[in-house]
Design a protein around this ligand. Structure first.
Ligand code: ADP
Length: 154
């Protein structure tokens, strides 16, 4: 059976922290699906097409990584795609508490789903999409925090 992992998030925009987790984890799984949540009730800074375009470009040279847009429960998306692993990145203790809660809830919803947490590398531990969006709103330069293909002024 293929080991398929889903890496869900809003990727608004994708950061070097996300990129690092996916690149390192691509060696652990047969396939990784970067799943961009299209949450209609949550206002995003960038359109779903723009976010997907950046994620596609970032991983275009990694053959076992692909991008999908999804709506609804992450566990349902995993089931539909035959993914029994849920990949998440861990920056700090705050992330840990949050991830533990989500992992337990997801396990209760679908027992076959295993959440795999990968520690971020220290240089990315403070990289948060939320802070990046604040910098963008205030016209700051975020190039050091995002993959090289993400051109905010496109
Ligand atoms: P965030 O909320 O910070 O933007 P997303 O909702 O896009 O993140 O999160 C997708 C996943 O990426 C989560 O598991 C999150 O913990 C992880 N992640 C976000 N930023 C980093 C980072 N700098 N290093 C490692 N993992 C990260």
């Amino acid at each position: 059976m293929k080991r398929i992992a889903v890496f869900p998030g809003s990727f608004d925009p994708i950061t070097r922290g996300h990129e690092n987790i996916v690149r390192r984890s691509a060696k652990l799984f047969d396939e990784i699906i970067v799943a961009i949540g299209n949450n209609t009730s949550k206002q995003s800074m960038f359109s779903i097409d723009q976010r997907k375009g950046w994620v596609d470009k970032t991983f275009e040279n990694i053959p076992n990584v692909r991008t999908e847009i999804y709506e609804g429960l992450t566990v349902d998306f995993c089931k539909k795609n035959g993914a029994t692993f849920l990949l998440r990145g861990l920056r700090n203790g705050g992330d840990f508490e949050y991830e533990r809660t989500i992992a337990h809830m997801n396990k209760a919803l679908w027992n076959e789903l295993e959440t795999i947490l990968v520690f971020t590398e220290p240089e990315f531990a403070s990289v948060h999409s939320t802070v990046i969006r604040e910098i963008i709103k205030n016209k700051g330069d975020v190039s050091q925090f995002v993959p090289q293909y993400v051109s905010i002024n496109d």
